[in-house]
Write a protein that binds this ligand. Structure first.
Ligand code: OXD
Ligand code: MN
Length: 597
């Protein structure tokens, strides 16, 4: 083996930043790649890297007539979702990571992973992937560099972030960048760790190729490290979509909404208003993550740090999300869906006929009528946001968009009403903090069990959850005109097990009430849970479902709420003594209202 293979020289570096160069040297000395390639983000280089991916079988070319610029990827079948049990927050003390995170002492984590990284890239190429989270030049944007041996990561980072030379130009000679180090190693769950070092602005991820574990800009930097930075710097990193609602007069109101993984954030962010709402439009700013900071005008301003969508494929169709369907017809990566003989893709819930036969997500022959799923329930598309027909014209604005309302929503078949407005900011924070949701396939583990998922951040909060709640409460002091806070539940079921609310585009009706309330324009009734729409302020005309269903979706079941509060109490106990007193008192107040009947 030549010496350059052991200690690769940095040939033609795209940057002379000494901090960057010495860190790359250090990582290369450990992982020992054969070659180092700097990603400049150019189309030419992307095509060359994709050609290598096709040659190595990482990607398959899809039918280019049907799906121009689209490629197919099949992941290792042991590696199809985020692995929360292998995800660690490595703060100096366990207390800082808090009871909802796995913790490892930084020195132990570095030592353990250093052993795994040692020689992990032998014979492979190490790609240097510079990227910006947020619009280029935005004062809210952050720079990350990911070193990876995965072509899948390089191509996906190119879609999901502002990747390439502009990131290096923005970085200049600064030391202020996130250091992300990733290797597939042998894609073995026994040697899989996703470790975050908030104090070092560093992420080490090894042994996985799944998006949520390895596209380090997304969950790792934009949420886990981001939430830590936000607390230090006075802003918020949230698991929220951002959308703009334009009314027929042309006024646009921006809303952020937190839903747990695979609960329809992408659908909501791309919503098409039903016929009844002629002249209304919804614009997508982001579908998964919001960074929000108080602006000089006293409002809360939000950017979407991402540049693409990494969405759940099954269930996506021209009824559930026409704009997502239009977004994934070109220049899209499909991961773990079914592959038809003519090079097209298929998944459960796709429009049209079920193909007679295809290869399933594992590459096994699949026949119509099979009880196996052709697409993995967490199969994904990666598409650039510029494909979205309703992309907000303000998605690239460096200062972001002003937020008037925040929405929390879980997947609950019972208990939680369709829509409620909080009495005030603290009550709204309590609504978010006590959010529960039935688990989905986005993470490994049992599906369909209610788990508390505060602000949809349970798997993504990079520090102690109690301190995170305090940060939320503290933010009210920094925002002169705080957004109004709402809770929604699209998933409530009737006694016969059917959904009470049609969801999808019809969620516009709820959204309109929220927007009107945010502007102080619509009426509401006070209930023990918060404010709910008055009949005349909630446009249900032409909805096509019995109004009794809507009433049932909005009803408050006192017995269910007593149980709910018990469960919330247990959750707060688990979180320990860092839960702010104000939130414990909110629960007490609600309990008192409930007991009064
Ligand atoms: C995602 C997730 O991929 O939340 O967005 O898991
Ligand atoms: Mn998400």
């Amino acid at each position: 083996m030549s010496s350059t293979m052991v200690r690769p020289v940095l040939e033609n570096p795209l940057s002379q930043n000494p901090h960057l160069l010495s860190w790359i040297e250090e990582c290369a000395a450990l992982a020992k790649p054969e070659k180092i390639v700097w990603c400049d983000g150019s189309q030419e280089q992307n095509e060359a890297i994709m050609a290598d991916g096709l040659r190595d079988g990482v990607f398959h070319r899809l039918n280019q007539e049907k799906l121009p610029g689209c490629f197919y990827h099949r992941s290792n079948s042991n590696d199809v979702a985020r692995v929360e049990h292998l995800t660690f927050i490595c703060t100096p003390t366990k207390e800082e990571a808090g009871p909802t995170n796995n913790w490892m002492a930084p020195a132990d984590a570095y030592a353990k992973l250093r052993q795994l990284f040692d020689g992990a890239m032998k014979g492979r190429t190490m790609y240097v992937v510079p990227y910006v989270m947020g619009p280029i030049g935005s004062p809210m944007a952050k720079i990350g560099i990911e070193l990876t041996d995965s072509i899948y990561v390089v191509i996906n980072m190119g879609l999901m972030t502002r990747m390439g030379k502009p990131a290096l130009d923005m970085l200049g000679n600064s030391d202020d960048f996130n250091r992300g180090f990733h290797s597939l190693l042998d894609v073995n769950p026994d040697r899989r760790y996703i470790c975050h070092f908030p104090q070092d602005n560093t992420i080490w991820s090894i042994g996985s190729g799944y998006g949520g574990n390895v596209l380090l800009g997304k969950k790792c930097l934009a949420l886990r490290i981001g939430s830590h930075l936000g607390r230090q710097e006075g802003w918020m990193a949230e698991h929220m979509l951002i959308l703009g609602v334009e009314d027929p007069r042309g006024e646009t109101t921006y809303v952020g909404a937190a839903f747990p993984s695979a609960c329809g954030k992408t659908n909501f962010a791309m919503l098409i208003p039903p016929k009844r709402f002629e002249g209304w439009k919804v614009w997508t700013v982001g579908d998964d993550i919001a960074w929000m900071k108080p602006g000089p005008d006293g409002r809360l301003w939000a950017i979407n740090p991402e540049a693409g969508y990494f969405g759940v494929v099954p269930g996506t169709n021209y009824s559930s999300n026409p704009n997502a369907m239009r977004s994934i017809q070109r220049n899209t990566i499909y991961t773990n869906v079914g592959l038809t003989p003519d090079g097209d893709v298929w998944w459960e819930g796709k429009d049209g006929d079920v193909p007679e036969e295809m290869l399933d997500w594992k590459g096994n022959p699949w026949k119509k009528g099979s009880t196996e799923k052709a697409a993995h329930p967490n199969s994904r598309f990666t598409a650039p946001m510029t494909n979205n027909p309703v992309l907000s014209p303000h998605a690239n604005d460096p200062q972001g968009v002003p937020i008037s309302a925040l929405i929390f929503g879980g997947r609950r078949s019972d208990t939680v009403p369709l829509v409620t407005q909080s009495f005030n900011w603290v009550h709204g924070v309590y609504m978010g903090a006590t959010m529960g949701s039935e688990t989905t396939a986005a993470a490994t583990g049992a599906v369909g069990i209610v788990r508390r998922d505060p602000m949809a951040m349970l798997p993504f909060c990079g520090y102690n959850m109690g301190d995170y709640f305090s940060h939320w409460l503290h933010m009210a002091n920094l925002i002169k005109y705080p957004p109004k806070i709402f809770q929604v539940n699209w998933f409530r079921k009737g006694t016969n097990g059917r959904f009470l609310w049609p969801g999808f585009g019809e969620n516009m009706r709820v959204l309109k009430w929220i927007v009107d309330r945010a502007h102080g324009r619509a009426g509401a009734w006070e209930t023990l849970l918060g404010w709910v729409p008055k009949q005349q302020d909630f446009d249900l005309s032409g909805l096509g479902i019995p109004l009794e269903d809507v009433d049932e979706a909005q009803s408050i079941d006192h017995e269910a709420w007593k149980k709910e509060l018990e469960d919330q109490g247990k959750f707060f106990e688990q979180l320990g003594d860092r839960v702010p007193k104000e939130l414990l008192l909110q629960r007490e107040l609600l309990l008192a209202r409930l007991n009064r009947g």
